[in-house]
Design a protein around this ligand. Structure first.
Ligand code: PLP
Length: 389
């Protein structure tokens, strides 16, 4: 008999009923160190007092208000994101996939508005992940997710991640833009080089294409900068955000330059729940915390501490770990042993991690961790690897 909850996930048996900072507490009272953060979502840990306060204060004022009216929290958050990024304008939605759908629409509309409706194709990379809607699945092009769901949505071409020549060769008269993740999260923690991202910027300018960065996973401090593309010193024309944006309250956003968004006039896009006052209250507080002096430099510092210790583990257990990958606190191992077995063993030992493509184990701790949490995680990984050797 089919379970009442549609069985589309391979779930573990664990149920959590409470979280605090980087820890989750299971129904049986056992404590787990959460280095998954609900896949890069609970960026400030669980039950952060300031987020709880922001949410409960807003809950007593106003939950929902249609986008037919002004929403003060949206205006405030949008102005702040504009101030902190390349963008001039922001649309709020509810998830990463929706943010990417919006980003794709902006790119197509820009060319249509410029008199080039034929320029609707987007070039994306193999190994990427952009969400589970029909368009975002087609954008990523992963056969295993597309299979059985009919013909993929048209308009997407695919090239190898990190290969600029292949990307240039794929550009045609129908190309509208390029979609790239600065670090491939789901794909297995491959990091785009600064030269690659710079090359994409130059290529897009040369051919009049729009550059879209999917920062749903890499954005909001995850790599030690507010946005991962800042490391390369290049800016996109459009960017998608979601996961860490409101620390666990569902929200997504796509940001664009004024030029790229020129076709996004009244009636061209919308969302019933997008930019809901509750989401905006929490997201504004997340941004306040992340932009306080020293917050991001501490993320960068602790990420280096973690990285050094992970490198040492990889060296100690070459039959278990092939290499350390990723950037900032979006990191982990490419494994020699099956990565999902590793995730399972770590979980039994009290550490929550997430699998990824290319046989990788992802570590995505909340950005508020300190040395004690790093040492605790490293101790657990060391114990599991030793027992396995
Ligand atoms: C998680 C993710 C998405 C999809 O986000 P959802 O909120 O699950 O729709 C899109 N792009 C990237 C890079 C992601 O990591």
């Amino acid at each position: 008999m089919i379970p009442a909850v549609m069985p589309t996930y391979a779930r573990s048996e664990l149920t959590f009923d409470r979280g605090e900072g980087p820890y989750l507490y299971a129904a049986d009272g056992r404590r787990y160190l959460d280095f998954s953060s609900g896949v890069a979502v609970t960026s400030l840990g669980h039950a952060h007092p300031r987020l709880v306060a922001a949410l409960t204060a807003q809950a007593q004022q106003l939950w929902h208000c249609s986008n037919l009216y002004q929403i003060a929290g949206q205006k405030r958050l949008a102005e702040r994101l504009v101030e902190l990024s390349f963008a001039d304008t922001v649309f709020f939605c509810n998830s990463g996939a929706e943010a990417m759908e919006g980003a794709i629409k902006v790119a197509r509309k820009y060319h249509a508005e410029s008199g080039h409706e034929e320029r609707y194709r987007l070039i994306a990379c193999t190994g990427s992940f952009h969400g589970r809607t029909l368009a975002t699945l087609a954008a990523a092009g992963a056969e295993k997710y597309l299979k059985g769901f009919g013909p993929p949505a048209p308009g997407f071409d695919h090239v190898a991640y990190g290969n600029l020549n292949e990307m240039r060769a794929k550009v045609s008269k129908e190309t509208a833009g390029v979609i790239v993740e600065p670090v491939q999260g789901e794909g297995g923690l491959a990091v785009a080089s600064a030269d690659y991202l710079k090359g994409l910027r130059t290529m897009c300018d040369e051919f009049g294409l729009l550059l879209i960065f999917d920062e749903v996973q890499t954005g909001m401090g995850r790599t030690g900068k507010l946005f991962a593309h800042e490391w390369a010193g290049v800016t996109p024309d459009i960017m998608a955000l979601a996961k860490g944006l409101a620390g666990g309250f569902p929200v997504g956003a796509f940001l664009a330059t004024e030029k790229a968004a020129k076709g996004m006039t009244a009636g061209t896009h919308g969302s019933t729940f997008g930019g809901n006052p509750l989401a905006m209250a929490v997201a504004n507080e997340v941004l306040t915390v992340m932009t306080e002096p020293g917050f991001l430099s501490q993320v960068e510092r602790i990420a280096k501490v973690l990285r050094t210790k992970l490198e040492a583990l990889a060296k100690s257990y070459p039959k278990i770990f092939a290499e350390v990958r990723g950037k900032g606190l979006l990191t982990g191992f490419k494994c020699v042993v099956p990565s999902l077995d590793m995730v399972e063993r770590l979980r039994r030992a009290g550490l929550l991690t997430v699998g990824a493509g290319e046989n990788a184990v992802r570590l995505l701790p909340p950005l508020i961790i300190d040395e004690r949490h790093v040492d605790e995680a490293v101790g657990i990984i060391d114990g599991v690897a030793r027992a396995w050797s």
